[in-house]
Design a protein around this ligand. Structure first.
Ligand code: HEM
Length: 420
C-alpha cells in the first residue's frame, strides 16, 4: 500500500508518534496541527492514514462499504508460524463483530444484543457498587494507594467475570487470560510473549467451552445461557467458535478501556482539585463528568479501517486497500464540534456527542456498562475518600501504547481519619 496524496501532511506526520514517550504530553498540539494543516495525513512510520476531524471520522463511520472493518486489526496482528500452530489447537480466530462488516455484522450484533442486554447490565448495579466498596475497604486504612491497581483494574475485571459466570476461584486465571488477549494487540511483542499469549487464548477457549457445555445441560438465568439461546429470524444461530470469539471481544474491548477511563477521570479531577471538590459537593455532576472525561482523555485514541476503493477524504486521496486510523481522540478535541475543546468542562452541554465509543454500526456494545461502572466509581470514591489527593512523593505514569490512553500507576493519598 502506498501514498498517492498526503496534502501538506509531512509536518504533522513527523509529530505523530504515539509510541514516543513524549507524545502523551503533546496530543493537543499534534491534533491542533493536524486540524489546521492536514486533517487527514499519511504516517509513513505506521503505514496508516490518520483521520483527525470530527466530521471526517463520522463520514467514515457511516460508510462501512467503502471503509471496511474487516482485517482492521492487521495493523497490529502477528502471524508468526509457531503462534499459528498453537492457535490451530483451538477454535481459530474468527472475524466477528469488531472485525467484520455488514451484512455479516448485522447477524453477530443482532445475536449478541439478545444476550448482552440493558437488563443484564442494569441488574449488576448492586454488585458493581458492592465490589467498588469492597475494593475501597481493602486500602482505606492505609492512607494511600495506587488507584489503578487497587481499584480501576480489578473493578471492570470482576464485573465482567461475574456477568460471564466465572467462579471466584477462577478469577486469577481469568485476569491472566484477559490481560494476554489484550497484550496480543500490542506492537513489538517478543516472540516468547506472543507464544504465551496464544496459549492463554487456547486455555480461555477451553474454559468457556466448558461453561457453555454446562449451560447447555443446566440452563440458568444468565448471559451465557442467553447467548446459547439467541435467535433472530432468518439467521443461523451462533456456533461455538463464534460464541467464543464474541466472549473474547468482551474481554479485550471492555477491561483495559474501563480501567483507563476510571484512571483518566480521577487524574483530570485531582490534578485541578477544585473539580474534585465541586463533584463531592454535587454528586449529580458525576454522569456529565464521565462524558467529559471520555471526550478529553479518550481511552481508545483511535481504531482502524481499510478502504475498499479509492476515496477522497479531508483533502487527501487515499488508495484502495489503505489502512486508516480514525483518531477518535482528535475528533473529540475538534474546535469545530467542541468549543474550547482543550478545556475540561464539568457541565459541557454536548459532551456526550464524543466519539470515545466510536459510532455507527460498531458503536461500543459495552458503552452503558462502562458508563455505569465509571459513575459508580466516582460515587464510591467521593463518598469514601473525599479528602483524596494525588500523592506528593510519586508521580502518575502513563501506559505506553499505540492507541490506548491510560495510566499504569496513579498514586493517591488521604488522611486516614477523614476516610469513611
Ligand atoms: C470506557 C470504556 C470503553 C471504551 C472507551 C470503548 C471503546 C470502544 C470503541 C471506540 C469501539 C468502536 C470500535 C470501532 O470503531 O471499530 C468499541 C466497540 C466495542 N466495544 Fe467498547 N469500549 C469500552 C468499554 C467496553 C465494554 C465494557 C465492553 C463489553 C463488556 C465493550 C465491548 C465492545 C465491543 C464488543 C465492541 C465491538 C462492537 C461492534 O463491532 O459491533 N466495550 N468500544
Amino acid at each position: 500500500m502506498g501514498q498517492t496524496s498526503a496534502g501538506s501532511g509531512e509536518g504533522v506526520a513527523a509529530s505523530y508518534n504515539p509510541l514516543d514517550p513524549e507524545y502523551a504530553g503533546r496530543i493537543q498540539e499534534v491534533f491542533t496541527q493536524a486540524h489546521r494543516e492536514a486533517p487527514v495525513f499519511f504516517s509513513p512510520l505506521y503505514n496508516v492514514w490518520v483521520v483527525t476531524r470530527y466530521d471526517d471520522i463520522w463520514t467514515v463511520l457511516k460508510d462501512p462499504e467503502r471503509y471496511s472493518s474487516s482485517m482492521s486489526t492487521n495493523v497490529v496482528a502477528k502471524d508468526h508460524p509457531e503462534v499459528l500452530a498453537i492457535l490451530k489447537q483451538g477454535w481459530g480466530q474468527l472475524s466477528t463483530l469488531v472485525t467484520c462488516d455488514p451484512p455479516a455484522h448485522n447477524r453477530y450484533r443482532g445475536l449478541i444484543n439478545k444476550a448482552f442486554t440493558p437488563r443484564r447490565v442494569n441488574e449488576r448495579e448492586p454488585f458493581i457498587r458492592a465490589t467498588a466498596n469492597r475494593l475501597v475497604d481493602a486500602f482505606i486504612d492505609q492512607g494511600k494507594t495506587d488507584l489503578i491497581w487497587s481499584f480501576a483494574y480489578p473493578l471492570p475485571m470482576t464485573i465482567i467475570a461475574d456477568i460471564l459466570g466465572v467462579a471466584d476461584d477462577d478469577l486469577d486465571r481469568f485476569k491472566r487470560w484477559s490481560d494476554d488477549l489484550v497484550a496480543r494487540l500490542s506492537f513489538d511483542l517478543p516472540k516468547e510473549r506472543l507464544i504465551e499469549c496464544a496459549h492463554s487464548l487456547i486455555e480461555f477457549q477451553r474454559y468457556f467451552d466448558g461453561l457453555l457445555k454446562d449451560r447447555e445441560e443446566n440452563p440458568r438465568d444468565d448471559m451465557l445461557t442467553d447467548l446459547l439461546n439467541a435467535r433472530i429470524e432468518g439467521a443461523e444461530p451462533l456456533n461455538r467458535g463464534e460464541m467464543l470469539s464474541m466472549i473474547q471481544q468482551l474481554l479485550v474491548a471492555g477491561n483495559e478501556t474501563t480501567t483507563s477511563l476510571i484512571g483518566n477521570m480521577m487524574s483530570l479531577l485531582l490534578e485541578e482539585r477544585d473539580r474534585w471538590e465541586a463533584l463531592c459537593a454535587d454528586p449529580s455532576l458525576a454522569a456529565g463528568v464521565v462524558e467529559e472525561a471520555l471526550r478529553m482523555e479518550s481511552p481508545v485514541q483511535g481504531l482502524f479501517r481499510v478502504t475498499t476503493t479509492e476515496v477522497e477524504l479531508g483533502g487527501a486521496t487515499i488508495p484502495k486497500g489503505a489502512q486508516l486510523q480514525l483518531l477518535y481522540a482528535a475528533g473529540n478535541r475538534d474546535e469545530a464540534e467542541f468549543r474550547k475543546a482543550e478545556d475540561f468542562q464539568m457541565k459541557r452541554d454536548n459532551a456526550a456527542t464524543h466519539l470515545a465509543f466510536g459510532g455507527g454500526v460498531h458503536f461500543c456494545l459495552g458503552a452503558s456498562l462502562a458508563r455505569l461502572e465509571a459513575r459508580i466509581a466516582l460515587e464510591t470514591l467521593t463518598t469514601r475518600i473525599p479528602d483524596v489527593r494525588l500523592a506528593a512523593d510519586s508521580s502518575p505514569q502513563r501506559i505506553a501504547h499505540f492507541f490506548m490512553r491510560g495510566f499504569e500507576h496513579l498514586p493517591v493519598e488521604w488522611p486516614v481519619e477523614a476516610a469513611k
